[in-house]
Design a protein around this ligand. Structure first.
Ligand code: HAM
Length: 456
């Protein structure tokens, strides 16, 4: 196989921080999501959940790992993902398992396994999940990355393709980055028209093999459609003059493609017809699309998807059409930051409770619980530091108010509320502390616990 797995240099496999390596680090290409990035993750999840719910989608989570065949069969054995990028391992009984590199395959497996064809169709499912690809780590390309995505299973209609694209675009718009991307659209035909085109493509490349990169020589043999989206310059020149699939679509695919474009126009979604767009996964039929960075092109597409009418049958189900989309969350966050978009940050504390001594602690513990129950984000310094040390700590946490309960306050049944910004303080009756703090932070800023009511 020309397209060999790239080798990892062992020394290269961990990331160096500031010249010296702490003894334990994440493997190359995987990252901690630190609190400041969780604000972005939380916001994206909120937007996705909201927009998907509005459109009738329900959430699904498939396992982190599946039998390897689930991916090999659906994504295609000759695709880059399956041939080079999967994290595959044997379990204790020698069965081959793989960390999911994408979610469509698992969703299709779940659809068939759980008899979801009996549910009302089309079935609309969405997911927000980590995925794993042994990709070459670089900006926007990681070995563990998050995707949100959705699948519409059970019906074939150009209006559905247009809706999936509309929803994808809507979410990018809500996240403030839609304007950075151009929608690239193509049709890669169906099992009726594609085989004849592939023969025409092979004939075109006959005698030109020497101009192709090593990967494309392999593609010519195993997966010729992928010749069209090679990033190598020489291969691109050839791809540009190669016969176009759109000229060989059957009548049905041609009509379908025209209808998708008509619906998109109706929905006021701009698109670029891109006859080289084929996508890196083998399961697609008819519509394929990607959102490309307007400045970087195909590099680091933010998301992509398309129709996959043959996949469910290929995986052992009844013939069932479907289409879907997925986007990379790290790339979305990078673009939100590039646009200087800030998201709501709800972790800031309202109050710090400082105490002195055992008796004071006894008063503070129930007070902290009561403050929290009232939606006041509260941090209690329950260690042994002096009041001065605790106030310094309160400053570091950037709290607007500190409640101080020292020996005098315990004796007198009072508490001191200190405005940390201005430096002023006042004494209030202990039983009035919660009410006073609510007044100070503002009713509307309370963080109430409202998960909804449980029913027995
Ligand atoms: P995909 O194009 O392979 O499609 O991935 C979708 C998105 O995931 C990419 O556009 C990119 O933003 C992100 N992504 C992929 N690989 C990486 C990586 N190594 N690091 C960071 N982000 C990455 C699919 O996965 C299909 N399942 C989409 C789909 C759903 N088609 C139909 N339904």
């Amino acid at each position: 196989m020309a397209n060999t797995r790239f080798e990892d240099n062992q020394d290269d496999d961990v990331e160096e921080i500031g010249g010296s390596k702490p003894p334990y680090q994440t493997p190359k290409g995987v990252h901690d999501i630190l609190p400041q990035d969780h604000d972005y993750h939380t916001f994206i999840k909120k937007v996705v959940r909201h927009r998907c719910r509005q459109a009738g989608f329900r959430r699904i989570t498939t396992p982190i790992f599946e039998f390897t065949d689930v991916f090999a069969r659906s994504i295609g054995a000759t695709s880059d993902i399956v041939s080079k990028e999967m994290y595959t391992f044997k379990d204790r009984k020698g069965r081959s398992l793989t960390l999911k590199p994408e979610s469509t395959a698992g969703v299709v497996r779940a659809y068939i396994q759980n008899g979801m064809n009996q549910w009302p169709q089309p079935l609309e499912l969405y997911y927000i999940e980590p995925h794993f690809r042994y990709d070459r780590p670089q900006k926007g390309r990681y070995r563990q990355f998050w995707q949100f995505g959705f699948e519409v299973i059970g019906e074939s209609d150009p209006a559905l393709d247009a809706q999936v694209i509309f929803l994808s675009n809507k979410i990018l718009d809500d996240l403030g980055i839609a304007q950075l991307f151009s929608l690239q659209l193509n049709s890669i035909g169906c099992l009726v028209c594609r085989p004849a085109y592939i023969q025409i493509l092979k004939d075109f490349y006959f005698g030109k093999e020497r101009s192709l990169c090593a990967d494309c020589k392999y593609r010519l043999e195993k997966n010729p459609l992928r010749l069209l989206d090679c990033k190598e310059e020489d291969c691109q020149i050839l791809a540009q003059i190669a016969p176009k699939l759109k000229d060989y679509l059957c009548e049905e695919c041609k009509q379908y493609d025209n209808d998708v474009k008509e619906f998109l126009t109706e929905l006021k979604i701009e698109f670029v017809e891109n006859t080289s767009l084929v996508r890196g996964l083998d399961y697609y039929t008819k519509t394929v699309f990607e959102f490309w960075d307007k400045t970087n092109g195909a590099q680091n597409a933010i998301g992509g998807g398309g129709r996959y009418d043959g996949l469910i049958e290929l995986m052992g189900g009844q013939p069932t059409p479907a289409c879907g989309f997925a986007a990379g969350m790290e790339r979305i966050i990078a673009n939100m930051k590039r646009e200087k978009i800030r998201v709501p940050q709800k972790d800031d504390l309202h109050v710090f409770v400082a105490q002195l001594g055992q008796e004071s602690k006894k008063k503070c513990l129930p007070l902290i619980a009561e403050l929290r129950d009232n939606g006041i984000k509260t941090m209690g310094a329950l260690g042994k530091g002096s009041i001065k040390v605790q106030l310094r700590l309160a400053d570091k946490f950037k709290v607007p108010y500190t409640v101080i309960i020292g020996l005098t306050e315990v004796r007198e049944g009072t508490a001191i509320i200190r405005d940390m910004k201005v430096g002023t303080q006042k004494t209030v009756a202990f039983e009035d502390v919660v009410e006073e703090i609510i007044k100070l932070i503002g009713e509307e800023n309370r963080d109430m616990y409202t998960p909804g009511e449980i029913v027995y």
